[in-house]
Design a protein around this ligand. Sequence first.
Ligand code: F0G
Length: 482
Amino acid sequence: MTRIKFFKEESLPLEMHKVRIVQKLNLLPIEQRLKAINEAGNNTFLLKNRDVYLDMLTDSGTNAMSDRQLAAMMMADDSYAGSETYYRLEQAVFKFFNKSYFLPAHQGRACEHILAKTLVKPGDVVPMNYHFTTTKTHIELCGGSVIEVFKDEAVKITSEEPFKGDIDLDKLKKVIEEVGRDHIPFVRIEMGTNLIGGQPVSVGNIEEVKALCDAYNIPLMIDASLLTDNLYFNKVREESCKDLSIQEIAHRISACADIIYFSARKLGSAKGGGIVLADKDLYDKMKTLIPVYEGFLTYGGMSTREMEATAIGLEEATDIDMISHGPEFIAEFSRILQSYGIPVVTPSGGLGLHINAREFVSHIKGEEYQAASLAAAIYIVSGARGMERGTVSETKNPDGSEHIASCELVRLALPRRVFTLSQIRYLADRLAWLYENRHLIGGLKFTEEPEVMRFFIGRLAPVSDWQEKLVAKFKEDFGDSL
Ligand code: F0G
């Protein structure tokens, strides 16, 4: 914690919790890791967890739960309709966001589905700070399109900008003037902007965007899935928030939003999601879709146990000890990697550590997927699985050519309260070795390429025998060591 002063250590992210349940891990020998990644089509999504040492694919549904969450799960009321559990969750949501209407859904993208179906018409344009994969897909499936209005600094990998997720107001105004208010169903702000490295949005920017939206009578939608990390950054990086409680900052943000949705796999450290509204008409329009696509209005596809855990998780998301853990571990991981000269996104954000693959493996062509190649190499040398967040995660151009992503990143997610500093130092050490031997890493090509969201289940193969050469060099340097 930043509040602790040390004697010999410069600073350390200090845990304000202790671990009481553990899961045994495996670290396979490198030959088996090579076999596993090839069986997985060089796609870390397709690895079996039994073959993974550090599962840093995502923080989605993988945060450690608290004793209070586990205890609450035992109180779940399983009634299909009108369960007590639902009303406890509803109250927790109302308290956290200070709004009056809630629709439960089974996860974040389910909310996006309902919202896009209700609000987006063919030809509509949705301006946003940055797209998220599932959000963009749902908008496009309804005939709409996405325009990103981020500040230029957002996609600069190394920067001093504390709020890279902010919207550029001039760009937003220009889009509204050009497209016309009638074709803009809403403006979307994604908190803790995922694909540019978990970068936060300032409360000041949200308030300015809201004022602009009001001037044109356009609703403002906030994706609060990554709100907890964002709240931490508001508290420590934004002058106007430093004397506010976390709950007060959350209320300042939600006061600007006409529509909020969240994945409770992230915000709430459980599993589920929901849409939060201030407007009854909008609520009435959407509520009929919940029983069609999700489940009855008092569970929305969630298990009642997860709903209980989410209710407590939302309460705990106002605790600085809880929400500081992810960002501070990521900052420490980033500090170690930078000391080894490894290119990472700065300033460090939330969700995970983001490596700049475009620079790490600059010798690989964009069309041979730098981030995906690096993610495969990281698994081979360390047993850690990260996630490609680059060109493979993009949709191809209409003419079939690759749409080279503006950021080519490998994300090593740090689910909250899950990993230890020694595990992080182990991985940093393996990454230092890989960086020194980066010339050995080669590209990948698709062998199976789904048309929609290919990054989830697409399969790739190395363009040469680079992986065997990497393993040979590893064995030369590390002998029989795992
Ligand atoms: N919005 C954001 C900002 C997200 O990061 C995610 C999920 C979603 C919406 C969709 O929520 O998974 O509950 O359906 N992000 C996960 C990730 C998948 O690994 O970053 P979901």
